[in-house]
Design a protein around this ligand. Structure first.
Ligand code: PLP
Length: 398
């Protein structure tokens, strides 16, 4: 954005990607239309040559339908604004964005260290894809003291997620960035939790930030979206080439919905965060709750890091329960306002009974056999949500 008066992200999120004026009428719709197209037409061959030359230089160029037109461009700019990035590359889901980040940077024979708290499907991608390509993965608690012994001659990347999936383990990104630099590793991080709005890993020293736009950016549980953000010229070239080679593309309608969603990201995220803190306060009074996992909760182990590195929080939390596994199932089934389901970042509250198989690899987990529920606190009245949790705890019979 060229307007020098727009310094604040909240303002940028309202002004990025407005439709431009028609040269004849001087009028424009406020919202950019969804530019659905499979191909682009050019006024003359000079215009086409210019677009092709720009693309060859690695710049964003409107050449063909896969890369989209202004709707896609505006959404890319939104991700750049959010993350403080030079370039953003769109993908059809958060997982596709993770795949893009890894395939653009790793080759056969390389080794990558993955944080043991990373999004579970990364392990499936490793088993089904990376291993077949001869890319070696080891999982490790993402603290500098644990990582030092894991670095090999062929280690090329440290891939982390902060706060981690399921238990929201806060990582020390600046320390991990210094460690990565020292060992000549790329630091890639999944920033879906912060979505660029409350946490900016590129500013903290990460090389690559990946966001599942499916969650808070889109914000309405109605589309799948991912993005990879980078600043370094060489990484931009690699992402650009791999993105092209893999045929990554998203629909203009999904880009449009995400643009519409992101206008209200500031108020949605703040409200979900505020509601989540109220739910934490309530949970802390219940004897069934052994521990609350939410970085913005003062008793959370990551609270100091959260205070230092984040400007806000969101609606995600996990509660470790002293209930038997049978009672925990009854508790989840008894909830009325929380839908049972994966994902998060939409308007609605969700609950997931966390499977211990997915929890065990997390070095951060010290809760033994205790049950864990992950909650996404949405935009309902927190009083109603608390009443719902109360009745479900009473109904579960322990
Ligand atoms: C949901 C999620 C993803 C994957 O996003 P999809 O759009 O569902 O593929 C990646 N990372 C994190 C942390 C997530 O929560």
């Amino acid at each position: 954005m060229t307007n020098p008066t727009v310094n604040n992200l909240d303002t940028r999120l309202q002004h990025t990607g407005l439709a431009s004026f028609d040269p004849d009428t001087g009028a424009a719709p406020v919202a950019l239309p969804s530019m659905r197209t499979s191909t682009i037409r050019f006024r003359d061959l000079d215009a086409l040559d210019k677009a092709l030359a720009n693309r060859a230089k690695g710049e964003r160029a409107i050449v063909y339908g896969r890369g989209g037109m202004d709707t896609h461009g505006a959404l890319e700019q939104v991700f750049c604004d959010l993350e403080g990035a030079q370039r953003a590359f769109l993908a059809s889901s958060g997982l596709a964005a993770i795949t893009l980040a890894l395939l653009a940077t790793l080759k056969t024979g390389d080794h990558v260290i993955v944080a043991d708290c990373a999004y579970g499907p990364v392990r499936i991608m490793d088993q089904s894809l990376l291993s077949r390509l001869g890319i070696q993965v080891t999982y490790c608690r993402a603290r500098v003291e644990d990582l030092a012994s894991q670095v090999q001659e062929n280690t090329r990347m440290l891939y982390v997620e902060s706060p981690g999936s399921l238990l929201f383990e806060m990582l020390d990104i600046p320390a991990l960035a210094a460690f990565s630099k020292q060992h000549n590793l790329l630091l890639a991080t999944d920033n879906t939790w912060g979505s660029g709005y409350v946490y900016r890993p590129l500013d903290l020293g990460a090389d690559i930030s990946v966001v599942a736009g499916t969650k808070y950016v889109a914000g309405h549980s109605d589309l799948m979206l991912g993005a990879v953000m980078v600043n370094d010229e060489e990484l931009i070239t690699r992402m650009h080439q791999t993105h092209y080679a893999m045929g990554y593309s998203i629909s203009a309608d999904d880009a449009w919905l995400a643009l519409r969603g992101v206008r209200t990201l500031p108020i949605r995220m703040k409200q979900s965060a505020e509601n989540a803190l109220q739910v934490c306060q309530f949970l802390a009074t219940r004897q069934e709750v052994a521990r609350i996992y939410h970085p913005a909760w003062p008793d959370d182990e990551g609270y100091a890091l959260w205070q230092r590195d984040c400007t806000g929080s969101n609606g995600m939390l996990a509660a470790e329960l002293t209930l038997s596994s049978v009672a925990a199932r009854r508790f989840v089934n008894a909830l009325q306002l929380f839908s049972i389901g994966f994902s998060w970042g939409g308007f609605e509250s969700l609950v997931q009974l966390v499977d211990h198989k997915t929890l065990q690899p997390h070095g951060y987990w010290q809760g033994g056999d205790n049950a864990v529920v992950r909650l996404h606190i949405g935009l309902e009245s927190p009083a109603d949500l608390i009443a719902d949790i109360t009745q479900a705890l009473e109904a579960c019979g322990e």
